[in-house]
Design a protein around this ligand. Sequence first.
Ligand code: HEC
Length: 217
Amino acid sequence: MRYAYYTLAFVVVLLISVMGFRGMKATQPPIEVFPDMDHQAKYKPQAESKFFADARADRPMPAGTVPYGRGTGVEPGRDFHDPAFLRADDFRYAGKAADGSFARGFPVPVTKELLQRGQGRYAIYCAPCHGALGDGNGITKPYGMLAAATYHDDRLRGMAEGEIFNTITNGKNTMLSYADKLSPDDRWAVVAYVRALQRARHATIADVPADQRGGLK
Ligand code: HEC
């Protein structure tokens, strides 16, 4: 029995010498049995480095670096990719001419690829309301979306490309904005396709190549 008391006293002294009293401040870091990945070779912000000649751990940015991912863009809250200063081109990003009016024409080359891109985006984002032909007879009409405009009246045929771009960007009355779904260049592709739909509706025999006119019924 006596040995049991000695052993207990010994264990108590041992424990106190290793762990200390409650509330004691330790000068050494705690013993870590499983360090996991707590300690890694890394630099903290603005720390010193022995590796670089100028002793700065923060490296200067390479020339030509542009910020990405934090901008609010010209459409606040919608575009998280391009800061506003990267969108300094009003024609391309707002559809506006230098005098602030809606611009005519396209800021990007109108190619077959652009039209095909526009056709695809149009089918996804516009045709449900405006219809595959742009006549306002989309699938949503039987469900009550009666106001979707036809592109084939004179006002819309005469409308500047920049204004159509603006409608896609900001919406109009009951039509919502598509700026979060279509990048600016995709919007121009859709505008080009809207123009193609308008042209197709008002095509004349002169638009058909001469050697194919005979096949028309
Ligand atoms: C959810 C249905 C809906 C979708 C999808 C939709 N629109 Fe519209 N759009 C409307 C309605 C409704 C109007 C009429 C708004 C008004 O003037 O009251 C309209 C009007 C327009 C106008 C005429 C604006 C004017 O100045 O009168 C254009 C151009 C247009 N839309 C283009 C598009 C394009 C391009 C897309 C695809 C990116 C699209 N819309 C997608 C419902 C829609």
